[in-house]
Design a protein around this ligand. Structure first.
Ligand code: PMP
Length: 314
């Protein structure tokens, strides 16, 4: 039987044993960095393909630098620990992999990043679709604005920053929408609560850039490469106005959890004919093969982990 394990305190333990104290700095102030990585089960090969593992840990370490979190692990160490966690867990299904680096001191009256202990934990859990990727979703423009780089840098995955996304997603879903689109302080399109955003206009892809306070998405980077190399499309990174989204031919969101999710409606206006457009479909087809290790051209993006149920050990 697969087991829910964590790498915690330098050991592989049942997730139920991976506990932190109530005085932990990160719990009070959001002083942690996390990643969201997918492991995609390929039954024909009997392997889980971890998608762009190294790039996720590169971004993770950038976040750690931002929060002055020093850990005794290299990128290779993180990758090896992740592979071993999956081997030991024995899951033969799609997984979500969550590394977390956090300020671990039991020290709450301290608003500094220095002179505090750091720790690392890693979890892997079964995970299907995050938002319905079969059809198109309905989005709204959030009344919450994306946090500026001058407030909390949104280019790295700082736990505390995600209150911004959570406020937006809560507002959107309570109002009956599937996802929120956040504008930045200048009223320009930034990104979804947990996804980057693209629009298609006359066969060209357009997407906001770093100066719009986006997270530099690994899925976004993947899409840009697939669109250019495999579909021969042009992509421009530029400021996008809300009204351009309404009038686009296609809009889609991209993220590790959300994959490529077609947006059929924004603020109760149909995008195109409201269905998944041809360019979004073409990208989805390519992308779903790539992340499952089925595309030889992009195998270097996948870390294949053979899973034998009998190898499960704690
Ligand atoms: N923006 C935000 C705010 C996110 O949380 C995510 C998910 N990590 C993304 C964009 C997409 O990033 P990625 O493709 O690397 O998952």
């Amino acid at each position: 039987m697969p087991t829910a394990l964590a790498y915690f305190g330098g050991r592989y333990v049942p997730v139920s044993e991976a506990k932190i104290g109530v005085m932990t700095h990160a719990l009070h102030y959001g002083t942690a960095i996390f990643e969201g990585i997918r492991g995609n089960w390929n039954p024909e090969e009997g392997k889980i393909f971890i998608f762009r593992l190294r790039e996720h840990y590169e971004r993770f370490l950038q976040g750690c630098r931002m929060l002055k979190i020093e850990l005794p692990y290299s990128i290779e160490d993180f990758c090896n620990i992740t592979v071993e966690l999956l081997e030991r867990s024995g899951y033969q299904q799609d997984l979500y992999i969550r590394p977390l680096a956090f300020k671990s001191s039991q020290m709450i009256a301290n608003l500094k990043l220095q002179e505090i202990d750091n720790d690392f934990a890693l979890m892997a859990m079964p995970f299907g679709s995050y938002i319905d990727t079969e059809g198109s979703i309905r989005c709204c423009t959030s009344s919450w604005r994306r946090i500026e780089d001058t407030m909390i840098p949104p280019r790295v995955k700082i736990s505390g920053l995600y209150v911004n996304s959570i406020l937006a997603k809560t507002e959107a879903t309570l109002a009956g929408f599937d996802e929120a689109i956040l504008l930045n302080q200048d009223g320009l399109v930034s990104e979804g609560a947990g996804e980057n955003i693209f629009l298609v206009h006359k066969g060209t892809l357009h997407t906001p850039g770093m100066s719009d306070n986006i997270l530099p998405g690994i899925t976004k980077d993947t899409i840009i490469q697939l669109a250019q190399v495999d579909l021969g499309l042009k992509i421009t990174e530029r400021h996008i106005r809300r009204s351009e989204l309404y009038l686009a031919d296609e809009v889609f969101l991209s993220g590790t959890a959300a994959h490529i999710t077609s947006v059929g409606e924004i603020d109760n206006r149909k995008i195109g004919d409201g269905k998944t457009g041809p360019i979004t479909q073409a990208l989805q087809r390519l992308y779903f093969d790539v992340i499952r290790g089925k595309s030889p051209r992009y195998l270097q993006w996948c870390t294949g982990v053979p899973i034998k149920v009998t190898t499960v050990k704690v």
